[in-house]
Write a protein that binds this ligand. Sequence first.
Ligand SMILES: Cc1cc2nc3c(=O)[nH]c(=O)nc-3n(C[C@H](O)[C@H](O)[C@H](O)COP(=O)(O)O)c2cc1C
Length: 515
Amino acid sequence: MRKPRILLIVGGGIAAYKSCELVRLIRKNGAEVTCVLTEGGAQFVTAMTLAALSENPVHTTLWDLTAEVEMGHIQLSRQADLVVVCPATANLLAKMAAGIADDLATTLLLATDKPVLAVPAMNVRMWLHAATQRNVATLVESGVTVLDPDEGMMACGEFGPGRLPEPDAVWHAIAAMLGLTETPVGPVADAHDLGGLSASLISRSTVSSAVFGEDLPDLPPLPELPTPAAAPAEPGLLLSRKGKAKAAPPTDAEAINHLVSGQSEPEPLPELLGEQLADDPLTFQPDFEEDPPHRPLFGKHVLITAGPTHEPIDPVRYIANRSSGKQGFAIAAAAAQLGARVTLVSGPVTLPTPVGVDRVDVETAREMAEAVKRALPVDVAIMVAAVADWRTMDVASEKMKKRGSAPPALRLTENPDILAMVSVSDKRPKLVVGFAAETEKVIQHATEKRQRKGADWIVANDVSGDVMGGNINAVHIVTAQGVESLPEMPKDDVARALVERIADALVPPASSDPR
Ligand SMILES: Cc1cc2nc3c(=O)[nH]c(=O)nc-3n(C[C@H](O)[C@H](O)[C@H](O)COP(=O)(O)O)c2cc1C
Protein backbone atom coordinates (compact mmCIF):
# COMPACT_ATOMS: atom_id res chain seq x y z
CA MET A 1 0.00 0.00 0.00
CA ARG A 2 1.58 3.30 -1.02
CA LYS A 3 1.59 6.35 1.19
CA PRO A 4 -1.00 9.07 0.52
CA ARG A 5 0.58 12.04 -1.30
CA ILE A 6 -0.16 15.64 -0.49
CA LEU A 7 0.78 18.67 -2.54
CA LEU A 8 1.07 21.58 -0.12
CA ILE A 9 0.89 25.11 -1.53
CA VAL A 10 2.26 27.66 0.91
CA GLY A 11 0.93 31.18 0.34
CA GLY A 12 2.30 34.55 1.43
CA GLY A 13 0.73 35.07 4.83
CA ILE A 14 2.18 35.61 8.26
CA ALA A 15 0.91 32.13 9.21
CA ALA A 16 3.15 30.49 6.58
CA TYR A 17 5.47 29.43 9.40
CA LYS A 18 2.74 27.03 10.59
CA SER A 19 3.02 25.18 7.28
CA CYS A 20 6.41 23.89 8.51
CA GLU A 21 4.70 22.24 11.46
CA LEU A 22 2.01 20.92 9.13
CA VAL A 23 4.67 19.29 6.92
CA ARG A 24 6.09 17.60 10.02
CA LEU A 25 2.63 16.36 11.10
CA ILE A 26 1.75 15.04 7.66
CA ARG A 27 4.94 13.00 7.57
CA LYS A 28 4.58 11.86 11.17
CA ASN A 29 1.19 10.45 10.23
CA GLY A 30 2.59 8.44 7.37
CA ALA A 31 1.85 10.60 4.33
CA GLU A 32 4.21 12.15 1.77
CA VAL A 33 4.27 15.86 1.11
CA THR A 34 5.66 17.97 -1.70
CA CYS A 35 5.66 21.73 -1.25
CA VAL A 36 5.02 24.56 -3.66
CA LEU A 37 6.00 27.99 -2.41
CA THR A 38 4.42 31.12 -3.90
CA GLU A 39 6.48 34.24 -4.37
CA GLY A 40 4.64 35.71 -1.38
CA GLY A 41 5.16 32.53 0.64
CA ALA A 42 8.90 32.75 0.04
CA GLN A 43 8.89 36.06 1.93
CA PHE A 44 7.86 34.21 5.07
CA VAL A 45 9.46 30.73 4.93
CA THR A 46 12.36 29.46 2.89
CA ALA A 47 12.31 26.69 0.31
CA MET A 48 15.25 25.22 2.21
CA THR A 49 13.20 24.76 5.42
CA LEU A 50 10.33 23.10 3.56
CA ALA A 51 12.69 20.90 1.55
CA ALA A 52 14.50 19.77 4.68
CA LEU A 53 11.25 19.02 6.54
CA SER A 54 9.52 17.31 3.61
CA GLU A 55 12.64 15.60 2.26
CA ASN A 56 11.35 16.50 -1.19
CA PRO A 57 12.27 19.21 -3.69
CA VAL A 58 10.30 22.44 -3.23
CA HIS A 59 8.80 23.98 -6.37
CA THR A 60 8.72 27.74 -6.68
CA THR A 61 8.40 28.64 -10.33
CA LEU A 62 6.46 27.75 -13.42
CA TRP A 63 9.42 28.62 -15.58
CA ASP A 64 11.56 25.61 -14.71
CA LEU A 65 13.13 24.34 -17.93
CA THR A 66 14.08 20.94 -16.55
CA ALA A 67 10.67 20.19 -15.08
CA GLU A 68 8.70 21.66 -17.95
CA VAL A 69 10.33 19.40 -20.53
CA GLU A 70 7.96 16.83 -19.04
CA MET A 71 5.10 19.30 -18.40
CA GLY A 72 6.08 19.27 -14.74
CA HIS A 73 3.31 21.58 -13.58
CA ILE A 74 0.63 19.21 -14.88
CA GLN A 75 2.38 16.18 -13.43
CA LEU A 76 2.72 17.81 -10.03
CA SER A 77 -0.97 18.58 -9.95
CA ARG A 78 -1.93 15.01 -10.82
CA GLN A 79 0.53 13.00 -8.73
CA ALA A 80 -0.94 14.12 -5.41
CA ASP A 81 -4.01 12.54 -3.82
CA LEU A 82 -4.96 15.86 -2.27
CA VAL A 83 -3.92 19.48 -2.86
CA VAL A 84 -3.76 21.61 0.28
CA VAL A 85 -3.39 25.41 0.22
CA CYS A 86 -2.10 26.50 3.61
CA PRO A 87 -2.11 29.31 4.34
CA ALA A 88 -4.57 30.34 1.65
CA THR A 89 -4.13 34.10 1.40
CA ALA A 90 -6.90 36.44 0.31
CA ASN A 91 -4.94 36.86 -2.90
CA LEU A 92 -4.76 33.12 -3.57
CA LEU A 93 -8.47 32.64 -2.79
CA ALA A 94 -9.31 35.44 -5.22
CA LYS A 95 -7.15 33.98 -7.96
CA MET A 96 -8.54 30.50 -7.39
CA ALA A 97 -12.12 31.77 -7.51
CA ALA A 98 -11.44 33.71 -10.70
CA GLY A 99 -9.54 30.87 -12.38
CA ILE A 100 -6.36 32.92 -12.71
CA ALA A 101 -3.23 30.91 -13.45
CA ASP A 102 -0.32 33.35 -13.39
CA ASP A 103 2.19 31.39 -11.31
CA LEU A 104 3.01 27.79 -10.49
CA ALA A 105 0.60 27.50 -7.53
CA THR A 106 -2.45 28.88 -9.30
CA THR A 107 -1.68 26.98 -12.50
CA LEU A 108 -1.51 23.73 -10.52
CA LEU A 109 -4.76 24.55 -8.81
CA LEU A 110 -6.47 25.04 -12.14
CA ALA A 111 -4.91 21.95 -13.69
CA THR A 112 -5.51 19.50 -10.88
CA ASP A 113 -8.13 16.77 -11.01
CA LYS A 114 -7.75 16.05 -7.28
CA PRO A 115 -9.69 17.33 -4.25
CA VAL A 116 -8.50 20.70 -2.96
CA LEU A 117 -8.48 21.87 0.66
CA ALA A 118 -7.94 25.60 1.28
CA VAL A 119 -7.02 26.81 4.77
CA PRO A 120 -7.47 30.58 4.81
CA ALA A 121 -5.58 32.90 7.17
CA MET A 122 -5.65 36.65 7.06
CA ASN A 123 -6.53 39.81 8.89
CA VAL A 124 -10.11 39.78 10.19
CA ARG A 125 -11.21 42.63 7.91
CA MET A 126 -9.72 40.90 4.89
CA TRP A 127 -11.60 37.72 5.83
CA LEU A 128 -14.90 39.47 6.40
CA HIS A 129 -14.58 41.58 3.26
CA ALA A 130 -17.43 40.93 0.86
CA ALA A 131 -14.94 40.11 -1.91
CA THR A 132 -13.25 37.38 0.16
CA GLN A 133 -16.58 35.96 1.30
CA ARG A 134 -17.77 35.93 -2.30
CA ASN A 135 -14.59 34.15 -3.39
CA VAL A 136 -14.95 31.55 -0.64
CA ALA A 137 -18.57 30.94 -1.62
CA THR A 138 -17.53 30.51 -5.26
CA LEU A 139 -14.82 28.05 -4.29
CA VAL A 140 -17.13 26.02 -2.04
CA GLU A 141 -19.68 25.97 -4.83
CA SER A 142 -17.12 24.60 -7.24
CA GLY A 143 -16.16 21.84 -4.84
CA VAL A 144 -13.15 23.20 -2.97
CA THR A 145 -13.16 22.43 0.73
CA VAL A 146 -12.57 25.65 2.67
CA LEU A 147 -11.87 25.43 6.39
CA ASP A 148 -13.20 28.14 8.64
CA PRO A 149 -10.40 30.21 10.10
CA ASP A 150 -10.09 30.26 13.88
CA GLU A 151 -11.19 33.24 15.90
CA GLY A 152 -8.78 35.00 18.21
CA MET A 153 -6.08 37.60 18.60
CA MET A 154 -4.27 38.18 15.31
CA ALA A 155 -0.65 39.01 14.59
CA CYS A 156 -1.85 42.45 13.45
CA GLY A 157 -3.35 43.10 16.89
CA GLU A 158 -7.00 42.77 15.84
CA PHE A 159 -9.42 40.19 17.21
CA GLY A 160 -11.82 38.01 15.26
CA PRO A 161 -11.98 35.24 12.66
CA GLY A 162 -8.96 34.94 10.38
CA ARG A 163 -6.34 32.94 12.27
CA LEU A 164 -4.97 29.82 10.69
CA PRO A 165 -6.38 26.76 12.49
CA GLU A 166 -3.69 24.88 14.41
CA PRO A 167 -1.73 22.43 12.25
CA ASP A 168 -3.22 19.41 14.01
CA ALA A 169 -6.75 20.62 13.12
CA VAL A 170 -5.60 21.04 9.51
CA TRP A 171 -4.17 17.53 9.61
CA HIS A 172 -7.50 16.17 10.88
CA ALA A 173 -9.26 17.81 7.93
CA ILE A 174 -6.68 16.32 5.57
CA ALA A 175 -7.12 12.90 7.16
CA ALA A 176 -10.90 13.19 6.82
CA MET A 177 -10.61 14.07 3.14
CA LEU A 178 -8.25 11.18 2.54
CA GLY A 179 -10.57 8.82 4.40
CA LEU A 180 -7.96 8.28 7.12
CA THR A 181 -10.10 9.50 9.98
CA GLU A 182 -8.67 7.08 12.50
CA THR A 183 -5.08 7.95 11.71
CA PRO A 184 -3.40 8.70 15.04
CA VAL A 185 -2.49 12.32 15.56
CA GLY A 186 0.00 13.55 18.13
CA PRO A 187 -1.28 15.12 21.33
CA VAL A 188 -2.93 18.45 20.70
CA ALA A 189 -4.26 21.11 23.01
CA ASP A 190 -7.81 20.99 21.73
CA ALA A 191 -7.76 19.27 18.43
CA HIS A 192 -11.41 19.81 17.64
CA ASP A 193 -11.94 23.32 18.71
CA LEU A 194 -15.07 24.57 17.10
CA GLY A 195 -13.51 27.32 15.07
CA GLY A 196 -10.94 25.19 13.36
CA LEU A 197 -12.71 22.22 11.96
CA SER A 198 -16.19 23.41 11.54
CA ALA A 199 -18.19 23.12 8.42
CA SER A 200 -17.53 23.11 4.72
CA LEU A 201 -16.04 19.63 4.58
CA ILE A 202 -17.00 19.28 0.98
CA SER A 203 -14.63 17.32 -1.16
CA ARG A 204 -14.44 17.69 -4.92
CA SER A 205 -14.01 14.01 -5.64
CA THR A 206 -13.38 10.79 -3.85
CA VAL A 207 -9.84 9.71 -3.12
CA SER A 208 -9.41 6.21 -4.46
CA SER A 209 -9.75 3.65 -1.72
CA ALA A 210 -7.37 1.41 -3.60
CA VAL A 211 -4.54 3.66 -2.57
CA PHE A 212 -5.20 3.39 1.12
CA GLY A 213 -6.57 -0.07 1.69
CA GLU A 214 -9.56 -2.22 1.06
CA ASP A 215 -11.77 -1.29 3.96
CA LEU A 216 -12.39 2.33 3.05
CA PRO A 217 -15.69 3.45 1.61
CA ASP A 218 -15.52 3.10 -2.13
CA LEU A 219 -18.34 5.14 -3.53
CA PRO A 220 -18.33 6.62 -7.00
CA PRO A 221 -17.28 10.24 -7.51
CA LEU A 222 -19.97 12.71 -6.61
CA PRO A 223 -22.20 13.25 -9.63
CA GLU A 224 -23.26 16.72 -8.65
CA LEU A 225 -21.64 19.32 -6.44
CA PRO A 226 -23.37 19.90 -3.11
CA THR A 227 -24.89 23.21 -2.21
CA PRO A 228 -22.37 25.33 -0.33
CA ALA A 229 -23.13 25.69 3.34
CA ALA A 230 -21.94 29.24 3.65
CA ALA A 231 -22.49 30.96 0.40
CA PRO A 232 -24.05 34.35 1.07
CA ALA A 233 -26.64 35.27 -1.52
CA GLU A 234 -25.55 38.87 -1.24
CA PRO A 235 -22.62 40.04 0.80
CA GLY A 236 -23.66 41.32 4.18
CA LEU A 237 -27.28 40.37 3.74
CA LEU A 238 -27.89 36.70 4.04
CA LEU A 239 -31.27 35.09 4.26
CA SER A 240 -31.61 31.36 4.62
CA ARG A 241 -34.22 29.43 2.70
CA LYS A 242 -34.62 25.78 3.67
CA GLY A 243 -36.42 24.21 0.74
CA LYS A 244 -39.98 22.98 0.83
CA ALA A 245 -40.31 21.83 4.43
CA LYS A 246 -43.60 22.89 5.96
CA ALA A 247 -46.10 22.69 8.73
CA ALA A 248 -44.63 21.91 12.10
CA PRO A 249 -46.04 23.30 15.31
CA PRO A 250 -44.02 26.23 16.64
CA THR A 251 -42.10 25.47 19.81
CA ASP A 252 -43.69 26.81 22.96
CA ALA A 253 -41.06 28.15 25.34
CA GLU A 254 -43.48 27.82 28.28
CA ALA A 255 -43.90 24.14 27.67
CA ILE A 256 -40.21 23.26 27.61
CA ASN A 257 -39.79 20.95 30.54
CA HIS A 258 -36.10 21.60 31.08
CA LEU A 259 -34.15 24.71 31.75
CA VAL A 260 -31.65 25.46 29.06
CA SER A 261 -28.24 24.67 30.41
CA GLY A 262 -25.17 22.76 29.48
CA GLN A 263 -25.41 20.24 32.30
CA SER A 264 -28.97 19.57 33.37
CA GLU A 265 -29.76 16.40 35.26
CA PRO A 266 -31.96 13.64 33.90
CA GLU A 267 -35.60 14.41 34.50
CA PRO A 268 -36.49 13.22 38.03
CA LEU A 269 -38.78 10.23 38.13
CA PRO A 270 -41.91 10.12 40.23
CA GLU A 271 -41.06 8.48 43.56
CA LEU A 272 -42.92 5.24 43.06
CA LEU A 273 -41.65 4.85 39.52
CA GLY A 274 -38.10 5.43 40.77
CA GLU A 275 -38.44 2.59 43.28
CA GLN A 276 -39.80 0.26 40.67
CA LEU A 277 -37.00 1.13 38.31
CA ALA A 278 -34.38 0.50 40.99
CA ASP A 279 -35.73 -3.05 41.28
CA ASP A 280 -36.12 -3.54 37.58
CA PRO A 281 -34.65 -1.17 35.04
CA LEU A 282 -36.89 -2.60 32.37
CA THR A 283 -40.10 -1.51 34.07
CA PHE A 284 -42.59 -0.19 31.54
CA GLN A 285 -40.50 -1.55 28.70
CA PRO A 286 -42.39 -4.76 28.11
CA ASP A 287 -41.18 -5.46 24.60
CA PHE A 288 -37.84 -6.74 25.74
CA GLU A 289 -36.97 -9.69 27.86
CA GLU A 290 -35.10 -9.06 31.03
CA ASP A 291 -31.95 -11.03 30.65
CA PRO A 292 -28.99 -9.16 29.16
CA PRO A 293 -28.70 -11.14 25.92
CA HIS A 294 -32.05 -9.63 25.00
CA ARG A 295 -30.75 -6.16 25.70
CA PRO A 296 -28.03 -6.13 23.08
CA LEU A 297 -26.88 -2.58 23.78
CA PHE A 298 -26.27 -3.31 27.46
CA GLY A 299 -22.91 -1.78 28.40
CA LYS A 300 -22.83 0.51 25.35
CA HIS A 301 -22.98 4.29 25.58
CA VAL A 302 -25.08 5.92 22.87
CA LEU A 303 -25.01 9.67 22.26
CA ILE A 304 -27.97 11.22 20.44
CA THR A 305 -28.65 14.80 19.41
CA ALA A 306 -32.21 15.89 18.72
CA GLY A 307 -34.40 18.86 17.96
CA PRO A 308 -33.59 22.20 16.39
CA THR A 309 -31.16 24.81 17.63
CA HIS A 310 -32.09 28.41 18.29
CA GLU A 311 -29.60 31.06 17.24
CA PRO A 312 -30.35 34.37 18.95
CA ILE A 313 -30.63 37.61 16.98
CA ASP A 314 -31.54 39.78 19.95
CA PRO A 315 -33.10 39.04 23.36
CA VAL A 316 -36.48 38.13 21.82
CA ARG A 317 -35.76 36.81 18.33
CA TYR A 318 -33.91 33.82 17.03
CA ILE A 319 -33.17 31.76 13.90
CA ALA A 320 -34.61 28.25 14.10
CA ASN A 321 -36.10 25.46 12.02
CA ARG A 322 -39.16 23.23 12.18
CA SER A 323 -37.59 20.19 13.83
CA SER A 324 -39.76 18.87 16.67
CA GLY A 325 -37.19 16.46 18.13
CA LYS A 326 -39.66 13.55 17.96
CA GLN A 327 -37.46 11.26 15.86
CA GLY A 328 -34.37 11.82 18.00
CA PHE A 329 -36.31 11.31 21.23
CA ALA A 330 -37.83 8.11 19.85
CA ILE A 331 -34.35 6.84 19.01
CA ALA A 332 -33.15 7.69 22.52
CA ALA A 333 -36.08 5.75 23.99
CA ALA A 334 -35.43 2.77 21.73
CA ALA A 335 -31.72 2.69 22.57
CA ALA A 336 -32.50 2.80 26.30
CA GLN A 337 -34.99 -0.03 25.82
CA LEU A 338 -32.25 -2.11 24.25
CA GLY A 339 -30.15 -1.59 27.38
CA ALA A 340 -27.85 1.25 26.32
CA ARG A 341 -26.70 4.07 28.52
CA VAL A 342 -28.12 7.01 26.57
CA THR A 343 -27.04 10.65 26.58
CA LEU A 344 -29.51 12.83 24.72
CA VAL A 345 -28.37 16.34 23.82
CA SER A 346 -31.52 18.21 22.96
CA GLY A 347 -32.25 21.56 21.41
CA PRO A 348 -35.34 23.48 22.56
CA VAL A 349 -38.32 21.12 22.20
CA THR A 350 -41.55 20.39 24.04
CA LEU A 351 -41.05 16.68 24.60
CA PRO A 352 -40.75 14.74 27.85
CA THR A 353 -37.50 12.89 28.51
CA PRO A 354 -37.72 9.17 27.68
CA VAL A 355 -37.35 6.80 30.62
CA GLY A 356 -33.77 5.87 31.44
CA VAL A 357 -32.22 8.64 29.33
CA ASP A 358 -29.73 11.30 30.51
CA ARG A 359 -30.78 14.55 28.90
CA VAL A 360 -28.68 17.67 28.37
CA ASP A 361 -30.62 20.68 27.15
CA VAL A 362 -28.95 23.26 24.97
CA GLU A 363 -30.13 26.17 22.91
CA THR A 364 -27.57 27.02 20.24
CA ALA A 365 -25.44 25.00 17.82
CA ARG A 366 -22.30 26.02 19.67
CA GLU A 367 -23.76 24.82 22.98
CA MET A 368 -24.76 21.57 21.29
CA ALA A 369 -21.24 21.10 19.93
CA GLU A 370 -19.78 21.69 23.39
CA ALA A 371 -22.21 19.23 25.03
CA VAL A 372 -21.37 16.62 22.38
CA LYS A 373 -17.64 17.12 22.92
CA ARG A 374 -18.13 16.71 26.67
CA ALA A 375 -20.11 13.48 26.18
CA LEU A 376 -17.36 11.78 24.15
CA PRO A 377 -16.09 9.07 24.20
CA VAL A 378 -19.16 6.97 23.43
CA ASP A 379 -19.72 3.78 21.44
CA VAL A 380 -22.23 5.23 19.00
CA ALA A 381 -23.15 8.79 18.03
CA ILE A 382 -26.49 9.35 16.32
CA MET A 383 -26.72 12.96 15.19
CA VAL A 384 -30.41 13.56 14.58
CA ALA A 385 -30.62 17.25 15.51
CA ALA A 386 -31.43 19.77 12.80
CA VAL A 387 -28.61 22.12 13.71
CA ALA A 388 -29.00 25.62 12.31
CA ASP A 389 -26.44 26.13 9.55
CA TRP A 390 -25.94 29.76 10.44
CA ARG A 391 -26.00 32.14 13.36
CA THR A 392 -25.83 35.91 13.36
CA MET A 393 -22.35 37.33 13.75
CA ASP A 394 -23.51 39.79 16.35
CA VAL A 395 -26.29 39.26 18.90
CA ALA A 396 -27.93 42.57 19.80
CA SER A 397 -28.03 43.11 23.54
CA GLU A 398 -31.28 45.12 23.26
CA LYS A 399 -34.36 44.32 21.20
CA MET A 400 -33.78 45.59 17.68
CA LYS A 401 -36.10 48.44 16.78
CA LYS A 402 -37.77 49.28 13.49
CA ARG A 403 -35.81 52.08 11.90
CA GLY A 404 -37.10 54.24 9.06
CA SER A 405 -37.72 52.35 5.86
CA ALA A 406 -35.03 49.66 5.75
CA PRO A 407 -35.07 46.45 7.79
CA PRO A 408 -31.81 45.63 9.56
CA ALA A 409 -29.31 43.48 7.68
CA LEU A 410 -28.34 40.27 9.43
CA ARG A 411 -24.74 39.22 8.95
CA LEU A 412 -24.59 35.46 9.25
CA THR A 413 -21.72 33.14 9.94
CA GLU A 414 -21.46 29.38 9.83
CA ASN A 415 -22.17 27.21 12.83
CA PRO A 416 -19.93 24.32 13.82
CA ASP A 417 -20.52 21.15 11.83
CA ILE A 418 -21.13 18.76 14.71
CA LEU A 419 -21.36 15.61 12.60
CA ALA A 420 -18.05 16.32 10.84
CA MET A 421 -16.49 17.25 14.17
CA VAL A 422 -17.46 13.91 15.72
CA SER A 423 -16.36 12.01 12.61
CA VAL A 424 -12.82 13.36 12.74
CA SER A 425 -12.53 13.42 16.52
CA ASP A 426 -9.68 11.51 18.09
CA LYS A 427 -12.43 10.15 20.36
CA ARG A 428 -14.41 9.03 17.32
CA PRO A 429 -17.17 6.56 18.24
CA LYS A 430 -17.09 3.14 16.60
CA LEU A 431 -20.22 4.06 14.70
CA VAL A 432 -21.16 7.59 13.61
CA VAL A 433 -24.67 7.98 12.25
CA GLY A 434 -25.89 11.24 10.75
CA PHE A 435 -29.33 12.31 9.59
CA ALA A 436 -30.06 14.11 6.34
CA ALA A 437 -33.33 15.96 5.96
CA GLU A 438 -33.74 16.46 2.23
CA THR A 439 -36.44 17.81 -0.03
CA GLU A 440 -35.14 16.38 -3.31
CA LYS A 441 -32.69 13.72 -4.60
CA VAL A 442 -32.83 12.28 -1.09
CA ILE A 443 -30.58 9.24 -1.55
CA GLN A 444 -28.08 11.01 -3.77
CA HIS A 445 -27.66 13.87 -1.32
CA ALA A 446 -27.40 11.46 1.61
CA THR A 447 -24.72 9.44 -0.18
CA GLU A 448 -22.74 12.60 -0.80
CA LYS A 449 -23.22 13.71 2.79
CA ARG A 450 -21.90 10.40 4.13
CA GLN A 451 -18.67 10.92 2.24
CA ARG A 452 -18.37 14.60 2.95
CA LYS A 453 -18.93 14.33 6.67
CA GLY A 454 -16.96 11.14 7.24
CA ALA A 455 -20.02 9.47 8.81
CA ASP A 456 -20.48 5.70 8.71
CA TRP A 457 -24.23 5.78 8.08
CA ILE A 458 -26.59 8.50 6.96
CA VAL A 459 -30.28 8.14 7.63
CA ALA A 460 -32.04 10.18 4.98
CA ASN A 461 -35.61 11.33 4.98
CA ASP A 462 -37.70 13.42 2.66
CA VAL A 463 -38.96 16.38 4.66
CA SER A 464 -40.88 18.02 1.84
CA GLY A 465 -44.13 16.69 3.37
CA ASP A 466 -45.23 16.81 7.01
CA VAL A 467 -42.30 14.85 8.43
CA MET A 468 -40.92 17.71 10.51
CA GLY A 469 -43.24 17.87 13.49
CA GLY A 470 -45.33 14.88 12.37
CA ASN A 471 -45.38 11.32 13.70
CA ILE A 472 -44.66 9.40 10.50
CA ASN A 473 -41.38 9.02 8.71
CA ALA A 474 -39.92 7.09 5.78
CA VAL A 475 -36.15 6.74 5.85
CA HIS A 476 -33.31 5.35 3.77
CA ILE A 477 -30.26 4.05 5.62
CA VAL A 478 -27.17 4.78 3.53
CA THR A 479 -24.04 2.83 4.47
CA ALA A 480 -20.81 1.82 2.76
CA GLN A 481 -22.59 -1.37 1.75
CA GLY A 482 -25.53 0.31 0.05
CA VAL A 483 -28.95 1.76 0.75
CA GLU A 484 -31.77 0.18 2.75
CA SER A 485 -35.12 1.91 2.27
CA LEU A 486 -37.69 1.38 5.02
CA PRO A 487 -41.39 1.84 4.32
CA GLU A 488 -43.29 4.76 5.83
CA MET A 489 -44.00 4.05 9.50
CA PRO A 490 -44.44 5.79 12.86
CA LYS A 491 -41.30 7.49 14.14
CA ASP A 492 -41.20 5.07 17.11
CA ASP A 493 -40.97 2.16 14.67
CA VAL A 494 -38.31 3.91 12.60
CA ALA A 495 -36.37 4.39 15.84
CA ARG A 496 -36.67 0.76 16.80
CA ALA A 497 -35.66 -0.44 13.33
CA LEU A 498 -32.61 1.81 13.32
CA VAL A 499 -31.49 0.92 16.83
CA GLU A 500 -31.87 -2.79 16.10
CA ARG A 501 -29.61 -2.38 13.08
CA ILE A 502 -27.12 -0.46 15.19
CA ALA A 503 -27.15 -3.23 17.79
CA ASP A 504 -26.58 -5.80 15.04
CA ALA A 505 -23.67 -3.80 13.68
CA LEU A 506 -22.07 -3.12 17.05
CA VAL A 507 -22.47 -6.35 18.83
CA PRO A 508 -20.75 -9.17 16.98
CA PRO A 509 -21.38 -11.81 15.09
CA ALA A 510 -17.61 -12.14 15.37
CA SER A 511 -15.41 -9.11 14.89
CA SER A 512 -16.99 -7.56 11.84
CA ASP A 513 -16.47 -3.83 11.39
CA PRO A 514 -19.74 -1.99 12.15
CA ARG A 515 -19.23 0.34 9.23
C1 LIG B 1 3.83 41.21 6.87
C2 LIG B 1 2.75 40.77 5.95
C3 LIG B 1 1.85 39.85 6.38
C4 LIG B 1 0.81 39.43 5.55
N1 LIG B 1 -0.06 38.50 6.00
C5 LIG B 1 -1.08 38.11 5.19
C6 LIG B 1 -2.00 37.14 5.67
O1 LIG B 1 -1.89 36.62 6.78
N2 LIG B 1 -3.00 36.78 4.84
C7 LIG B 1 -3.13 37.30 3.60
O2 LIG B 1 -4.09 36.94 2.91
N3 LIG B 1 -2.27 38.22 3.13
C8 LIG B 1 -1.24 38.63 3.89
N4 LIG B 1 -0.36 39.56 3.42
C9 LIG B 1 -0.51 40.06 2.05
C10 LIG B 1 0.04 39.05 1.06
O3 LIG B 1 1.38 38.75 1.34
C11 LIG B 1 -0.08 39.52 -0.37
O4 LIG B 1 -1.47 39.66 -0.69
C12 LIG B 1 0.57 38.59 -1.35
O5 LIG B 1 0.33 39.06 -2.66
C13 LIG B 1 0.04 37.17 -1.21
O6 LIG B 1 0.74 36.37 -2.12
P1 LIG B 1 0.30 34.86 -2.39
O7 LIG B 1 -1.11 34.88 -2.68
O8 LIG B 1 1.16 34.42 -3.52
O9 LIG B 1 0.56 34.12 -1.20
C14 LIG B 1 0.69 39.98 4.25
C15 LIG B 1 1.63 40.91 3.81
C16 LIG B 1 2.64 41.31 4.65
C17 LIG B 1 3.63 42.32 4.15
